[in-house]
Every structure is written in structure tokens, then in C-alpha cells.
Design a protein around this ligand. Structure first.
Ligand SMILES: *Cc1c(COP(=O)(O)O)cnc(C)c1O
Length: 421
């Protein structure tokens, strides 16, 4: 079935009352009829015992997300941050190494450095390009982590090339597919990524109202190279033998939810399930507007540069045609002339909402240098493609004409001050 069909029909559970929408199971625990039934459910993880492990409303969302990216399964978590955390936690142990791109979302860079770093995991930050990654791969490497579209650098890695390299080295390629909008814009699993993570807070929610995250995986034998999957667990069970390619997702559930407690609330799962039904329509509309806004910005004298994969001259344009479907995304980045000063004057006059989020129904602007990336060292910020004059712009569902008018108004203010000075 096509994406648009799966987005509205997949995951709907059989309901005893024949409800058409998704019911919210607001319960912490589930009852047993006997000692034997309780023992069976605990031993096999079949059925429901406690919502920290599994919940029917959350399970419906997991099924739907899995269908949309043709994955073998999904685990939903409380946030995108929790998803990245649990996905990596499932793969590394003290002494292991991870390769990550320097242009990752600021929270991911912090997670790798400040959390996994303290746990004794060494992280190599190198550009997500085959030769650069190959140069740092070694027998301790357990994961290569990249984003489908750098945030906010908007660089697009050679996903198929990286996947081939990882496959050859027996190491998992994990792609943060948040900007892929749950598959409406990009599907890295199809290009060889072993697993993807998502912040569902962004396009899946679509209204900037809730947080959520997910980890999805494709069928793969890569997990056979990990001692945590090929040696007995505390119950004496060898995960690869017991679960095959699902062993990775089981470990994400075990560490992230059962033990880590980073649980998605059933109410948020219900809203996300609904948000996903319109994601393709929203993404298409926002992509069209973003292209229009990016092309217009490029012509403005107060704008120093524009990055948008949909512009023919953009460094990501050729790969975007290969890896993105239905458009070129709804995020663009641009530099206002006058450096930090220019950006400050521009934002002071901009009527677009300033907020650190993307994929909202509303257009949002942010100054990454002083906000999302403000806490990481200046050299790392520059390496991440963040610059003092840079504005990240997430185009929403307003009319593009109105968005352009708001931009024009703020740019005129920059120019007026520039001329006076
Ligand atoms: C927002 C975001 C995250 C973190 O997600 P939260 O839901 O805010 O925890 C991770 N990766 C990317 C690319 C993001 O944009």
C-alpha cells in the first residue's frame, strides 16, 4: 500500500466497540486470571502487563510508524532525545566507540559527549562521508550515527555509501530521520540504514503541542556482531537466537522503557497517531512554500546566503533528488548580512514566531548560534555548520505570500539601520 493509505489505515486495532478512531488506554497495569497467566506474560512478554513496557495505544502508533517506513518494528519513547539515547545505549558498552557527524542536532552532540562520554564511550566526530568515516572505523566501533538532513547545517550524507561501508564492517548505521517526517520525506531504511530514530515532536505531531520519539529497524544480520546479542542475557537467553533481527528493538525496549522508564504517554501516542494521518499533506504543502521562500530570499540584497536542498545550486541538491521524496523539506537556513549584529536586528523586527522547534504548523525562526547550539564550544558550533549570522527557518502552513511579507518587513529594517550606520 502507498504511504498515504498506510498513514490513515495502518495500526488501527480491533476494538470491541468497533470504534473507528484510536482508543486511549489510560491504565498503568493489566490484570491476570491466574498465577500461570501472570507467569506466562512475564516470561514471554506476550500481551500486556504494565504500561512502562507496553500499552495498546502506544502499540498502535508503533505499528503505524513501522508500516510507514516498512520496518520490522518500532519502539516509541517519550521524546526524540530518549529515542537517540536508547538506540545507542542498546549498542555500546564502556570502551566502545561511535562515529557521529559534527553537524548533528545540538542535543545529540551533548548526549554523545556528556552522557556516553562519561560512560567510557569514545565518540569520533567526522563528516558523514564514506572516506572520513572509513578513516576512524576500527574493531571497537559499534555505531555510525548521522542525520538524514543536518540540523541546522542541511547537509545530506551519502546514505547508501555509508550503509555499504557499515555493512562491510559489521557495524550499525543509525540515522536520525526526524527531518524525514516519519517517511513522508525520507526513508533511510530503504537505503541501507540498519535503524532510524525520530523526534515525533516535529512533523509527526505537526502542531508543536507534544513530545515523542521512536526507534525503528529493518531486518538485518548486523546485530550478530554485537556481544550483547550473541551471549546470554541475565535470563540466560541469547537475544539473537531468541528474537533474530528483532533483538535490537527488544533491547531498546528493555533498556529505554522497561529499565530506563523513558515512556511515551498513551495520550501523546493518540495525538501522534492522529498527526501522522495528515503528515504527507502537511509536508507537501510546507515543502512547496519553503521552495518559494528560499528562492525569494536568494534575491534579497540583505541576505548573504541561503541553504535549501531544493535550490539547484545547493550543495545538497543532487543527493536530495536521490534521497528525498515529495519535496525538499520545509527547513531552510540563511545568513543575514552584518553578522551577529545583522541577525539580531533582523530578529528584533521579525513578526514570525521565534522558537526552538521545527515541523510546527506555524512558521518558526531561530538563531542557532545563541540558542540550540549556544552551549557547545564555538569551534564545535562552526564545525556543525552554525554561523553567527545564521537563521534557521521552519516553514509552516501559512500562505507563503504572508511569510514572504513578514520576512521582507524585517529585512527592510536591517537595511534601514545599515544605511543609517
Ligand atoms: C528535536 C530533535 C531531536 C530531539 O527531539 P526531542 O523530541 O526534542 O527530544 C533529535 N534530533 C533532531 C534532528 C531534532 O530535530
Amino acid at each position: 500500500m502507498d504511504f498515504s493509505t498506510l498513514a490513515v489505515l495502518s495500526g488501527l486495532p480491533d476494538d470491541p466497540h468497533h470504534a473507528v478512531g484510536l482508543p486511549i488506554y489510560a491504565t498503568a497495569a493489566y490484570s491476570f486470571e491466574s498465577l500461570e497467566e501472570g507467569a506466562h506474560k512475564f516470561a514471554t512478554s506476550e500481551g500486556y502487563t504494565y504500561t512502562r513496557l507496553q500499552n495498546p495505544t502506544v502499540a498502535a502508533l508503533e505499528q503505524r510508524l513501522s508500516a510507514l517506513e516498512d520496518a520490522i518494528g518500532a519502539v516509541c519513547l517519550a521524546s526524540g532525545q530518549a529515542a537517540s539515547f536508547a538506540a545507542l545505549l542498546a549498542l555500546v558498552r564502556s570502551g566502545d566507540e561511535v562515529v557521529a557527524s559534527p553537524g548533528l542536532f545540538g542535543g545529540t552532540v551533548g548526549l554523545l559527549g556528556q552522557v556516553f562520554g562519561l560512560m567510557g564511550v569514545r565518540v569520533h566526530f567526522v563528516a558523514p562521508e564514506v572516506e572520513a568515516v572509513r578513516a576512524v572505523l576500527n574493531e571497537r566501533t559499534r555505531a555510525v550515527f548521522t542525520e538524514v538532513l543536518g540540523n541546522p547545517s542541511l547537509e545530506l550524507p551519502d546514505l547508501a555509501g555509508l550503509a555499504r561501508l557499515c555493512e562491510a564492517h559489521g557495524v550499525a548505521l543509525i540515522v536520525d530521520n526526524t527531518f524525514g517526517a516519519v517517511g513522508a520525506l525520507a526513508r533511510p531504511l530503504e537505503h541501507g540504514a540498519h535503524a532510524v530514530t525520530h523526534s515525533l515532536t516535529k512533523w509527526a505531531s505537526g502542531h508543536g503541542s507534544i513530545l515523542g520519539g521512536a526507534v525503528l529497524a529493518r531486518s538485518s544480520e548486523v546485530w550478530r556482531n554485537y556481544p550483547q546479542f550473541t551471549t546470554p542475557d541475565p535470563q540466560g537467553r541469547v537475544p539473537w537466537e531468541a528474537a533474530g533481527p528483532r533483538c535490537f528493538l527488544e533491547r531498546v525496549r528493555q533498556l529505554g522503557l522497561s529499565l530506563g522508564g523513558m515512556v511515551l504517554s498513551p495520550f501523546n501516542a493518540y495525538l501522534l497517531f492522529q498527526g501522522v494521518e495528515t503528515v504527507e499533506l502537511r509536508v507537501e504543502r510546507a515543502c512547496r512554500s519553503a521552495l518559494e521562500v528560499a528562492a525569494w530570499l536568494q534575491e534579497q540584497p540583505q541576505v548573504a546566503w541561503v541553504r535549501y536542498p531544493g535550490l539547484p545550486g545547493d550543495p545538497a541538491h543532487a543527493r536530495a533528488a536521490q534521497y528525498l521524496r515529495g519535496g525538499f523539506g520545509s527547513i531552510l537556513a540563511f545568513g543575514v548580512k552584518g553578522g551577529l549584529e545583522g541577525a539580531s536586528r533582523f530578529l528584533a523586527r521579525l513578526r514570525v514566531i521565534q522558537a526552538p522547534n521545527v515541523g510546527d504548523a506555524r512558521t518558526l525562526a531561530v538563531h542557532p548560534w545563541t540558542t540550540t547550539h549556544g552551549r557547545i564550544p564555538e569551534a564545535a558550533r562552526l564545525a556543525a555548520g552554525v554561523r553567527p549570522e545564521m537563521i534557521r527557518f521552519s516553514v509552516g502552513l501559512e500562505s507563503p505570500r504572508d511569510v514572504r511579507a513578514m520576512l521582507a518587513e524585517a529585512l527592510a529594517a536591517v537595511e534601514a539601520v545599515g544605511e543609517a550606520g
